[in-house]
Design a protein around this ligand. Structure first.
Ligand code: RFL
Ligand code: PHB
Length: 398
């Protein structure tokens, strides 16, 4: 049976970054990924990197292309009640910014770094079970030829996202899952069209939420709040552009263009406790899900794996298990913080169809306009001052 030190399930940002960080301190790992390399490199998802995430990627040597091609933004805008509110991040946070750089670009950079270092990423190998969590863990997986095999390891990292298998491997007797669903979804497009504005615009409009983002000066990434049970069939490209134009209103001028990709994302919040059991450690979306409104999912995954890589380094270097045992407690600190922020952003920006909640929303939005302290709270959370920025120093280096 093949054997490694850390078996990592999932080649998303969490699994790949963990494998890279471990490699840098001499710890061997194998990443098992159910999909093909082309599939994971093309999956369009997140776009906003917190300041700390940017610094972590640079510090561990995978940020060179991001530094060249990523778009550094000094703020975002909210449009509500007919006018625009600008959040000046450097002024509100003592210099922090965000970087717009597609998640699939981060994934490509990490895969390249792993493969150039002869790292083992086994594509088209789907984990079906994790066994022996207490002492001799092994991941049972289906190989590309359909046969079933197993990989033995000292530890297993469950980085297989929100629909993976590892979360369910925590025994039911210890696993607690806290979940919220929202009665709406996001319809997202990636289009060959200039962005609506040079910074992101989050729109609270009577017809529903909209978000105007980008990937480059010629590629826009826009989202619309739609009903949770909506189907893409009812949304031909023309209708999407018309609806985006209605919601952006006078906040920016839109130039429609060919739609390259479109998808629906249901919104939900989910936290699992604990995120470790025996020799299994969950990280990223396997451990928690946030609605995308706060742009936190990828950044949280980065925080988790920096904490985990550091704890594994302590273990292999000095036999010290203290940080491994503290993993759940350490992670839950930043996880609940980001869960709150993402829930709050979601609740102040979407159409809620409830008079009381609309009153709450208006009060919060007006407080943001009135109060620099309120804007600072948003800016600190958005740029990751209390999460990823604090973990930059934790990146395990030899
Ligand atoms: P991923 O990226 O889902 O990767 C998990 C990987 O595991 C594989 N897998 C398995 N492999 C082997 N065996 C199995 N049994 C497996 N089951 C699954 C999957 O194929 C996959 O390759 O999880 P990870 O690494 O934890 O990363 C999390 C992020 O992907 C996610 O949080 C973000 O995309 C969320 N998100 C955003 N996050 C941000 O920080 N900033 C943003 O601006 C942002 N915008 C977004 C988002 C997510 C969105 N969608 C589509 C959910 C915008 C959207 C629309
Ligand atoms: C994106 O550019 O895809 C994006 C930006 C901000 C969010 C979510 C997604 O809150």
């Amino acid at each position: 049976m093949p054997r490694t030190q850390v078996a990592i399930v999932g080649a998303g940002p969490a699994g790949l970054l963990l494998s890279h960080l471990l490699h840098q301190v001499g710890i061997r790992s194998v990443v098992l990924e159910s999909r093909s390399r082309a599939h994971v490199e093309q999956r369009v998802r997140a776009g906003v990197l917190e300041d700390g995430t940017r610094q972590i990627l640079l510090r561990c040597g995978v940020g060179e292309r991001m530094a060249r091609q990523g778009l550094v933004h000094e703020g975002v805008n909210f449009a509500f009640e007919g006018s625009l509110l600008h959040f000046d991040f450097p002024a509100l946070t003592g210099g922090h910014t965000i970087t717009v750089y597609g998640q699939q670009e981060v994934v490509k950079d990490l895969i390249r770094a792993r493969l150039e270092a002869a790292g083992e990423v086994w594509f088209e190998c789907e984990a079906v079970a994790v066994q022996g969590l207490e002492d001799r863990p092994r991941v049972v997986y289906r190989a590309p030829d359909g046969s079933q095999d197993a990989l033995e390891a000292d530890f297993v990292a469950g980085c297989d996202g929100s629909h993976g298998v590892t979360r369910a491997c925590l025994p039911a007797s210890v696993r607690r899952v806290y979940e919220r669903t929202y009665p709406f979804a996001w319809l997202g497009i990636l289009a060959e069209a200039p962005p609506a504005s040079h910074e992101l615009i989050y729109v609270n409009h009577p017809r529903g939420f909209a978000l105007f983002s980008m990937r480059s000066p010629t590629l826009s990434r826009n989202y619309l709040q739609v009903r949770a049970d909506e189907s893409l069939d009812g949304w031909p490209d023309d209708r999407i552009w018309e609806e985006l134009a209605r919601r952006v209103d006078r906040a920016a001028s839109l130039t429609p263009g060919p739609v390259r990709e479109k998808g629906l994302t249901p919104l939900r919040s989910l936290v699992v406790e604990p995120v470790q059991y025996g020799r299994l450690f969950l990280a990223g979306d396997a451990a928690h899900v946030v609605p995308p409104t706060g742009a936190k999912g990828l950044n949280l995954a980065v925080c988790d794996v920096v904490v985990l890589a550091r704890a594994l380094q302590d273990y292999y270097r000095a036999g010290d298990e203290t940080a491994l045992r503290a993993y759940t407690e350490r992670c839950l600190e930043h996880v609940w913080q980001a869960e709150h922020f993402s829930w709050w952003m979601t609740s102040i920006l979407h159409r809620l169809d409830d008079r009381f909640e609309e009153g709450m929303q208006r009060a919060q939005l007006r407080a943001l306009r009135r109060s620099e302290a309120a804007r600072r709270y948003l800016a600190e959370n958005y740029t990751g001052v209390h999460t990823s920025v604090r973990y930059v120093e934790w990146v395990p280096l030899t």
